[in-house]
Structures are given as C-alpha cells and as structure tokens.
Design a protein around this ligand. Sequence first.
Ligand SMILES: *Cc1c(COP(=O)(O)O)cnc(C)c1O
Length: 346
Amino acid sequence: MKPLEQLVRPNIWSLAPYSSARDEYSGHEAHVFLDANESPYNTPMNRYPDPLQRELKELMASVKGIPANYTFLGNGSDEAIDLLYRCFCRPGVDNVVAIEPTYGMYRVCADINDVDYRPVLLDEHFQMQADKLLAACDDKTKLVWICSPNNPTGNDMNREEVLKVISKFQGIVVVDEAYSDFSRQRPLRFELPQHPNLVVLNTMSKAWASAAIRLGMAFASPDIIGLFNKVKYPYNINQLTQQQAMTALQARFDVEAWVQLILRERVQMMDAFRQLPICKEVFPSDANFFLTRVTDAQAIYNYLVEQGIIVRNRHRVQLCQNCLRITVGTRNENTELLSALRKFEV
Ligand SMILES: *Cc1c(COP(=O)(O)O)cnc(C)c1O
C-alpha cells in the first residue's frame, strides 16, 4: 500500500474539520449545557446527538467483533460509499475499478463525484479474477470495489482472489459485505488488522432487518476512520436511529433466528423455481436473494407487477440477460410468488 498521505486528496489531508460545541469540552462531568443554542425544553429530543456515536459503537464492537476505533457509522452504507470517493478521489483526475455486474451505487457515486469508473466483467460463473482487476488499475486508481456476496448475482467472491487484490493493489480495496450474515464464508472484516488498505462495508438494512433506520458501517484502520470522521456531517446519525440500532443489536438472537429461517426458505424457493416451466437456470446464492434466468424477464416482470408482486428485473444488466433477482420473503410471500408464476402463460 502507498502511504495514506499519497492516496488521500490533498485538500482532505489538510482539512481542519468543523469543531462542534460538544467536541470542545471533554473529560469533565457537565450538567449545564448552554453551549449549542439548543432549546431547554422537549427533553431528550432537544439535545444534539453524540457526533461520534460512542455508546452505539461500543455495542456494535461487541456484536461485530471489531474494535470501536475501527468503526465508522453512516446514514446507510451509501454514506460510506460516497465518503470513500470524497476522501480519496480527485474529481476529473482519479479513477476506480470495480467488478461488473455489481451494486449500482458505486457507479452512481463515481458519476456524482466526476470520477472515472472502470468496470471489469466477471466470468460466466460470476467469479472475479484478481489479475484482471489489477490489470485495469493504473497510478491514478484509488479504489477497487468488490462486493461479496455480490449483488445482483448472489454469490461469494473467491476468497483467494479477493485476498490477492488486497495484497497486491497499492490503493484502497473496498469489500462490501452487506450480505455476509447469510454466507458461510468467514467475514473479511476479521482480516482487517493484517490489511491496512482494506475497508469492509456492513449494513443494518439486510440481515438486521432495519433498512428504515438508515445505518451502515465501514470497518477500517483507525487512520482511515479518522478521515471519514473529518469529512462526514457532524451529526450524521440522528438520535432516533442510534437508539433503535442499540435496541436491534441487543436483540441479536432474533437476527440469528431470522437468518436461519431465510436460509431454509431460500433452499425451498430455489428448488421450486427449478421446477417452473418459465425457469431456465437458478444461480447459486450465498445471500438472502437469488438470481434466476427465465424465458422472458420483461414479460414475467410485467405480469407479476399486475398481480401486485414486485421482483427486480436485471435483464439490462451485463451477464444478466433475462434474469430476475428474487428476494426471499416470508413463507406466505414466497408461496404467492410461486403460485403466480405457475399460472403464467408462456
Ligand atoms: C442493500 C445493499 C447495501 C445497503 O445499503 P444501505 O445504504 O446500508 O441500506 C449495501 N451494499 C449492497 C451491495 C447492497 O445490496
């Protein structure tokens, strides 16, 4: 890895961050707060939330097995994705490399930040080759994006290939593990101490069943976390979200049970799909969804919409011609989808 100072945008490296009223006193027991122009009424919602979410991060650390100083919390993973561009990529100058197909936000954020986005096609098994990704990099490549299990394909990336990119690439490797709770692979976040150029993304939106509260995590070296903290909005995680996230993390055994239910239901759904006349192929999944190739994705998608059933049409995505992405729902929802598909006239 290049020294961090050479990777970070010069204006970000030298940035003096905003200092909030609550940042400036520390260590003392205080009980009169007349520093932030808050209202004295309507407690507790009158107070600004903790800008660094210390209590939530301590709980997150114990659940995720990653120290709090390796943790950034954002308004969804989307905030962390955007911050990576804003910290590392000079608009109009730098570029990033990503597996293709993958999660669409990496490209949208590149476009917003005027950063050249270089997709590298997966093979016919939706697997990545480290050498192909590395060959697409040059001295202006700041980030490599990998998603595992990958969206929309559903499969884990080959661990050896991911580790090869991390050890050979001189910049930052981002591995989005939004779906790792559903996979048998050991989460890559546990490898962080050995890899100072690794950033791992997690989210409360999938296995943790809390998409509404908008909470995403980035795990990385304290130096990288320090950059994110400098650039983020001071109060990026509101108090309601911090509270609700603590409630969810304290109920972690519910989450483990939900994951097991979803995995069992996924096996049954995939088996049932293979029996459908409209189904040509069901691709392997390590996530809470699967990709399937059907006879006519657009027609089937439209038909389902008319029945009030929404799946994700991936027909226009590279390597995904005539593919639908199916999220595993409750038993009843899955049954309703299957019986609608059995009635579809080819
Ligand atoms: C759903 C998803 C996320 C979650 O994004 P949030 O902003 O945290 O809701 C992140 N990455 C991938 C690949 C996803 O599919």
